[in-house]
Design a protein around this ligand. Sequence first.
Ligand code: PEP
Ligand code: MG
Length: 538
Amino acid sequence: MKKGIPASKGYAIGRIVIKEESGLKIENTYVSNVSEEKARFERALILSKKQLEKIKTKTKHQLGKGKAEVFESHIMLLEDIEFAGAIELKIEKEHINAEKAVYDIVNLYMETFKLMKDEYIRERAMDIKDVGDRILSNLTGNITSLGNLSSNTVIAAHDLTPSDTVQLDKNKVIAFITDLGGKTSHSVIMAKAFQIPAVVGMKDITSYVKNGDLVIVDGVEGIVMVNPGKELVEKYKIKIEEYGIEKEKLKSIINLKTVTKSGKQIKLLGNIERCEDVEQVIKNGGDGIGLFRTEFLYMDRDAMPQEDEQFEAYKYVLEKMKNKPVVIRTLDIGGDKKLSYFPMEEECNPFLGYRSIRISLDRKDIFKVQLRALLRASVFGNLKIMFPMISSVEEFLQAKEVLKECMEELALEKREFNKELKVGIMVEVPAAAINADEMAKYADFFSIGTNDLIQYTLAVDRVNEKVAYLYNPMHPAVLSLIKTTIEAAHKNKKLCSMCGEMASDENAIKYLVECGLDEFSMSPQSILKIKQFIKSYC
Ligand code: PEP
Ligand code: MG
């Protein structure tokens, strides 16, 4: 039995597929038979090309010619004589294995591309990495992408990025376990959206399991059992059944209001990452959407979604929620959320660096596309716009200024939008919480983002399992900042919500209710459980 951090609840019994991080274990071995090694490389090249042709055709059918073009460029690279030639020459001259030669040449190409002045060419560095990963996975037989999996797969990975997670085939993947990661990393947040168990921060699980191993994943206790005996499997089959029955039972309270013993009504809303998640919020009787993490619209694709596409996405969610509040947060990339087509420089402290609203204010071209789409969608429901990672009044006003610019443009174009639209901020930087009284004079509402607020307050990286024991939502400093924020909001007659994972943490709920938090926003799967908890214990 191996222990890790219980990150997404539930149980699963399935077979392991190890997702190798390309480049992670590339060995450098001496080969005496150079022509055999070159032939091995050739075979991997041909196989990669065949796979890409298939993906290209499928993409063309499903998403159109434009989207399929990226795979055409990947195929062209595979056909490029200079690229293949450089790898073969390296094998021949240095007597090294094909994996190492591919790895070195791909890195050399990437470095060269990254130095180009032309942004478009610079961004192609990621395409080269993609192609390199494919050849390497065909050489090693390990999986580096998450397509083409069999049913009942448990993914074991050193780490899973949010964009890896977004690609998971929900019908095939029933759980994931990782060496790295913390409870509030974004891949975990996605696991919750997919309603699959996840155990993270297992340190060395990828070297402990093999492809095809039978495992039981217990996302409640945070344990993984490898090649368990029959009895244990039977025990967990019963647990899976009971867990399902428990979930069914909760449905009986779906139409009841969430009222505390003293009669205060609490609103429970859902967090969503993709448009289709809205169904889960409705199914679980959510009072609205307290956080739409729009960056997930930008993932698992090869270019930024444009205004019309975004407009359709927001309109869909707003219409589905009828007139219930829908808080849509503007793009929040950086930190652990990367876009393959938007390369960002390596930084020493990515969570403190170029991320979130800082990118939006720096790249107004990208920001305005989203704001225009949001404004256009605002007439289809009860939209509220929220800016992430605001650390000062000035920063908030700058963001509002860009919004105003978009409003003026739309007015000139005679397009409709809601002029009274509420605009709020995420309180997730301690500076915003400490200065909440001042912030509340400008913002229409607050939503406390505890996932980041805790990491910044306690100086504990939220995705680093080595310091996970210090990531304590109930730390007095965190509780004090939360209280200050709620009080400041109320003093200024503003609404205060919470959309970090703490909003569904049973250890914290009582304190939050007592502080007067107005709204709790969480993974839709948690809504009924928390409703029951508040009705029984608060
Ligand atoms: C938060 O920081 O609490 C939050 C809700 O935002 P995210 O988890 O997307 O950073
Ligand atoms: Mg955050």
